[in-house]
Ligand binder design. Structure first.
Ligand code: GLA
Length: 393
């Protein structure tokens, strides 16, 4: 009888594995569950792409790390410092290993991660699930384990895995291969899928990764920021601790007006998006650092309940969004997308708060508190927004 059970169990397990990945039973045997503990709240940090594109070197990374520490942003939660495309040499070495660009990273990436780790920061890296990166450097398709081993040996803590030059191989297969390879290194590495929201990634991203891009690339215009918001805002069902929709990195400091920058940050925090600063922090204005460093807004993004905010109403460019928070309060974000001043208004009942005689309304940008019997409203300039934390008394 015992043998029979063992045989049945073995058969069941092998069927389960095959069902996960019909293409390769060997690979399927290694499918590892995602360790959600690595990203119980949305990742925060910095990435060089929006501000520097390919022009990042170890000096920029070190100076950015120093600025994260001295500006207070590290204490506010920004702890990943992420390389994007172009960190490597155009060719693999004789052993087939990826090689960091020797001019821009003369001390190699282990020295870079040591520098960051010594300062309480972490290193992120970029690759593509294709035969090349978008900028034409060697890709990881077919080299997943070898490259994951390099990342682990260099002390990498986060991988953004892009979608260029993918040869038409289905995304699930390509992204699962790297997920398995990262797990096999034994090093905890946050894994971000960057396939631009294609192939229904929001349906399956959480089975293999901690975050997944849901949109095309952001650029520093108000219109594109709103487009990414619109593409991401209805995907709230898919977000939970360890599993985040990613509407792309922040453009705060890259030319948006002060109103637009606050709206961008409020929307990303309300959507529990990763908060990855994308500006040159070394030269950032006090206003930019103040937006990125608003700890009351950050607390909404990082709330441990891990709910992505939902639209209560989006009507003619006037939006009401609500994000339930762990302490029983709700973050309420009011947005005027339009080019004219407008008043946006909602009620405690409409945003899902329990009935109460009074509510405490904390303004997360003015840093002041008031009370309300239920109405939550703000008159907003063009492109402006307001963000409140509303608590039943
Ligand atoms: C793609 C990604 C961007 C960036 C570039 C780098 O476009 O979506 O975020 O990484 O590649 O080449």
């Amino acid at each position: 009888m015992r043998q029979t059970w063992a045989a049945l169990l073995a058969a069941a397990l092998s069927t389960a594995s095959l069902a996960l990945s019909p293409a390769s039973p060997q690979a399927a045997a290694r499918v590892a569950p995602v360790d959600v503990r690595l990203a119980l709240t949305p990742p925060m940090g910095w990435n060089g792409w929006n501000a520097f594109a390919c022009e990042v070197d170890e000096r920029v990374i070190q100076e950015t790390a120093d600025k994260l520490a001295t500006s207070g942003l590290r204490s506010a939660g920004y702890d990943y410092v992420n390389l994007d495309d172009c960190w490597m040499s155009p060719e693999r070495d004789a052993a087939g290993d990826l090689v960091p660009d020797p001019v821009r990273f003369p001390h190699g990436l282990r020295a870079l991660s040591d520098y960051l780790h010594a300062r309480g920061l972490k290193l992120g890296i970029y690759e593509s699930a294709g035969v090349g990166t978008c900028a034409g450097y060697p890709g990881s398709l077919g080299h997943e384990q070898q490259d994951a081993n390099s990342f682990a040996a260099w002390g990498v803590d986060y991988l953004k895995y892009d979608n260029c030059r993918n040869q038409g191989v289905p995304a699930r297969q390509r992204y699962q291969a790297m997920s398995d390879a990262l797990a096999a290194t034994g090093r905890p590495i946050v894994y971000g899928i960057c396939n631009w929201g294609l192939e229904d990634v929001a349906q399956w991203g959480s089975t293999m990764a901690h975050l997944w891009r849901t949109t095309t690339d952001i650029v520093p215009t108000y219109e594109q920021m709103l487009a990414n918001f619109h593409d991401n805002v209805n995907l709230a069902d898919g977000a939970s601790p360890g599993a985040w929709n990613d509407p792309d990195m922040l453009e705060i400091g890259n030319g948006l007006t002060a109103e637009e920058a606050r709206t961008h940050f409020s929307l990303w925090a309300t959507m529990a998006a990763p908060l990855i600063a994308g500006t040159d922090l070394r030269t950032a204005s006090p206003e930019t650092l103040a937006v990125l460093g608003n700890t009351e807004v950050i607390a909404v993004d990082q709330d441990r309940l891990g709910k992505q905010g939902r639209p209560v109403r989006m009507d003619g460019g006037l939006d009401v969004l609500a994000k339930p928070l762990a302490d029983g309060s709700t973050a309420v974000t009011l947005v005027n997308e339009t080019d004219r001043a407008a008043t946006v208004s909602t009620t405690a009942a409409d945003v899902g708060l329990r009935a109460a005689a009074r509510y405490t309304v904390r303004d997360l940008w003015k840093h002041s508190s008031g009370t309300s019997t239920g109405t939550i409203a703000a008159s907003l300039p063009a492109h402006g927004s307001a963000m409140f934390r509303v608590t039943p008394q």
